[in-house]
Design a protein around this ligand. Structure first.
Ligand code: AMP
Ligand code: ZN
Length: 131
């Protein structure tokens, strides 16, 4: 059983915030800022392609609920919603989870760098995506 399935089953301790039939929201044990929340489906799914539409809907509605708590109860002005999809993207726990990361103005956390498209590159990518 994966570590998040063990948390769902109460086999290992966690700080649970909210749960219903389909989802669980709990504190990330190593927060970016205190109040960093993870939202997961109770039925094990590895990533966003693997999860059912019904469970994904429940998870994203849970993200919305938790986002409101971060603003209203913890008084953060903003948050990032991040889902690391597979290992190359930084997914360490192979059970789908959305991070809700509280943010403060000028908190020093930088987003990743980005670049311009080379000539013709966007058209090429678009062709592949629409194929
Ligand atoms: P990711 O890199 O997207 O797979 O993120 C995994 C997250 O799970 C990390 O931010 C960890 O701090 C968090 N994590 C790992 N183990 C636990 C645990 N037992 N309870 C709560 N959060 C955990
Ligand atoms: Zn699992």
């Amino acid at each position: 059983m994966c570590i998040f399935c063990q948390i769902i089953a109460d086999e290992i301790p966690s700080y649970k915030i909210y749960e219903d039939e389909k989802i669980l929201a709990f504190l990330d044990i190593k927060p970016v800022h205190p109040g960093h929340i993870l939202v997961i489906p109770k039925k094990h799914a590895q990533n966003i392609e693997d999860v059912s539409e019904e469970d994904l809907t429940a998870v994203i509605l849970g993200v919305k609920k938790m986002g409101k708590l971060i603003k209203n109860n913890l008084n953060y002005p903003s948050y990032n919603v991040i889902e690391n999809n597979d290992s190359a993207a930084g997914q360490e726990i192979p059970h789908l989870h959305f991070h809700i990361i509280p943010r403060l103005e000028n908190d020093g956390l930088n987003h990743w760098s980005h670049r311009e498209y080379n000539p013709g590159e966007a058209e090429e990518i678009l062709k592949k995506l629409k194929n």
